[in-house]
Design a protein around this ligand. Structure first.
Ligand SMILES: C[S@@+](CC[C@H](N)C(=O)[O-])C[C@H]1O[C@@H](n2cnc3c(N)ncnc32)[C@H](O)[C@@H]1O
Length: 233
């Protein structure tokens, strides 16, 4: 039996219409779909987005807890890679769904690293997806870069103050993984007189999508999860 093909598939940030034709075709064609879940009780968001295309296909959900201990996390990825390898060795093709683009701030790269040690590179295919920040910018018809402008894409650090030199240097700053640091980020933007140049977007493409340019109003709202702030000077 020949080894099946593996596809890491970017499915966009939420709106099923932002799934590429290629991603949709491969989701329909593969024998098995693997999806990541943040915790056992949590519905996989990726699965929700792709559900209309699955049509009775076998789905394997793998839990990847939101933890920072690399060793424990690695054992989850290795276990997922082994389960995928087992399917591929049976001759099945496997798709692995990721939110947005698979190679942009995605834990998919951990899986990729494990798979590369187990199967030949030519059997691994990554299918790009629309990123969450591209979708957020489009919601507001906001240009991200022109001519020689510089763009920074930054996951908000625990030490929010570390954003200051980046906010000073770049023309466009895309802040991801804002989460519980939303109020601190807004305080910094206010102090730097950047709130009037900022845009906040959360749950882009999902039913509770929210977009505002009034960041000050957001303080204390707890809306930081699944959100992006774009600062455009
Ligand atoms: C693990 S990263 C995944 C990024 C993804 N691979 C991409 O290409 O956009 C998770 C972060 O992406 C952003 N994100 C993902 N989906 C989003 C959405 N639908 N709306 C707003 N932000 C989103 C948030 O900043 C979130 O904290």
């Amino acid at each position: 039996m020949t080894l099946g093909d593996f596809y890491g598939i970017g499915i966009g940030p939420g709106d099923p219409e932002l799934l590429t034709l290629k991603a949709a075709r491969i989701i329909k064609e593969v024998d098995v779909i693997f999806v990541p879940k943040a915790g056992i009780k949590e519905e996989s968001m990726a699965l929700d987005i792709a559900r209309p295309l699955l049509d009775g296909k076998r789905v394997v959900e793998k839990v990847f807890p939101m933890i920072k201990e690399t060793e424990r996390l690695e054992s989850h990825w290795r276990e997922a890679a082994l389960a995928i390898k087992e399917e591929l060795e049976k001759g099945s093709s496997v798709g692995f769904l990721t939110i947005g683009d698979p190679l942009t701030f995605s834990t998919y790269v951990y899986l990729l690293r494990c798979l590369r040690e187990m199967i030949p590179e030519e059997k691994i295919h990554t299918i790009p997806g629309v990123t969450s920040f591209n979708a957020a910018a489009s919601l507001a018809n906001l240009s991200l870069a022109q001519r020689d402008e510089k763009v920074a894409i930054i996951p908000v650090p625990d030490e929010v103050e570390n954003l200051r030199p980046i906010l000073e240097t770049f023309d466009t700053i895309i802040l991801m993984k804002v989460a519980k640091r939303l109020d601190q980020v807004i305080n910094l933007l206010e102090e730097m007189h950047l709130t009037q140049h900022s845009l906040f977007a959360s749950h882009v493409g999902l039913k509770d999508e929210y977009l505002t340019r009034n960041l000050t109003e957001l303080k204390g709202s707890g809306r930081g999860y699944m959100s992006i702030i774009i600062v455009r000077k």
